[in-house]
Design a protein around this ligand. Structure first.
Ligand code: DP6
Length: 327
């Protein structure tokens, strides 16, 4: 059968996914909105063959641990079931960013695996079906399939929980300046962490107001109203982290450097520069800004951070096939 390679970007959530209505199906409690990132991505090659005795799974930049391998094999099983094949697979994958720096690789990883794996298995899934399959591997992975700016509809069953492109990558010249900070915090998986979301006393308030916030961010996107957009995305980030920090047991992904960058962003804004931050499940800070301000902010960051700690991301396409094969 064919050997297929796909590339998929990581994405940054403007409206966050934190909490599931169904663990097995990875159905989120609320819809979420994100942007694909041009500078952080995963390439994955998949081949199914009679020649392989069992699934062979390899990550070129860092070995997968046992539970990561199991999760990938479970995803291959979903693909085999859909394609009605019984062949073992070889999967070789490479992230262009070190997984140890705390950037989640599950979104780009499961999106690339879904696209390459489904085609290698002979399936011809629609864009919507691809997002549903990717979601079963890791929720946020469904948002790395469509292009540009993406909404994942929460839905109430597997069919109705899918992602689609709101706008393509050329719609708006905004950037995500990702600052990598050293992580000394103990890593807690997002899957395990979000199981406890509803134990936070802030949870009822979050679920009540999230539909309003989704409407606000969509309106800001539609009008390209950057300051409104930034205010809403920062409020959303702070609320998700307040939920994390007040759940039982509490979960705190921030380090001193994370907090320092949040304060720097606030200071620059008081100086009249339109910059905002958002943070996913890790210590790294995504500074969201207009393209015209990227060099200015990079220069300011250089007082505290080295250039190799900064990754400039433009809005990017979603998962797509590439010709370069990893084996
Ligand atoms: C904080 O998609 O990694 O980044 O579905 O359990 O694999 P699983 O979770 P995952 O969660 C991402 C959570 C987040 C917010 C977001 O990306 O929306």
């Amino acid at each position: 059968m064919n050997k297929i390679t796909a590339m998929a970007p990581a994405n940054i959530a403007f409206i966050k996914y934190w909490g599931k209505q169904n663990e097995n199906l990875r159905l989120p409690v609320n819809s979420s909105i994100s942007m694909n990132l041009s500078g952080v991505y995963t390439n994955t090659t998949v081949e199914f063959s009679h020649e392989f005795k069992s699934d062979e799974i390899k990550c070129l930049d860092k070995n997968f641990n046992h539970s990561e391998k199991i999760r990938i094999i479970q995803h291959l099983d979903r693909i085999r079931k859909l394609a009605k094949i019984n062949l073992s697979a070889r999967v070789v994958t490479r992230n262009n960013f070190p997984r140890s720096v705390g950037i989640a690789s599950s979104a780009s990883g499961f999106a690339a695996l879904t696209l390459a794996g489904s085609i290698a298995a002979g399936l011809n899934l629609s864009p919507k079906e691809l997002t549903i399959l990717a979601r079963l591997g890791s929720g946020s992975a469904c948002r790395s399939i469509p292009d540009g700016f993406v909404e994942w509809l929460a839905g109430n069953d597997s069919e109705s929980s899918y992602a689609y492109s709101l706008y393509d990558k050329n719609y708006w010249d905004i950037c995500d300046l990702l600052v990598l900070v050293s992580s000394k915090a103990k890593h807690v998986s997002t899957t395990g962490g979000m199981e406890k979301a509803a134990t936070s006393p802030l949870w009822p308030n979050r679920t009540a107001q999230i539909p309003t916030r989704i409407s606000q961010i969509k309106l800001a996107l539609k009008d390209k109203n950057f300051s409104f957009f930034g205010e809403v995305l920062e409020e959303e980030c702070l609320e998700m982290h307040a939920v994390m920090q007040s759940q039982n047991p509490p979960l705190n992904y921030w380090t001193d450097e994370t907090k320092m960058i949040m304060q720097m962003v606030g200071g620059w804004r008081r100086d009249g520069i339109a910059v905002y931050f958002t943070i996913d499940a890790g210590p790294n800070v995504h500074i969201i800004l207009e393209k015209s301000n990227v060099e200015l902010i990079k220069n300011k960051l250089r007082e505290k951070f080295s250039p190799d700690q900064m990754i400039v991301n433009n809005p990017a396409d979603g998962a797509h096939l590439i010709s370069e094969s990893l084996f």
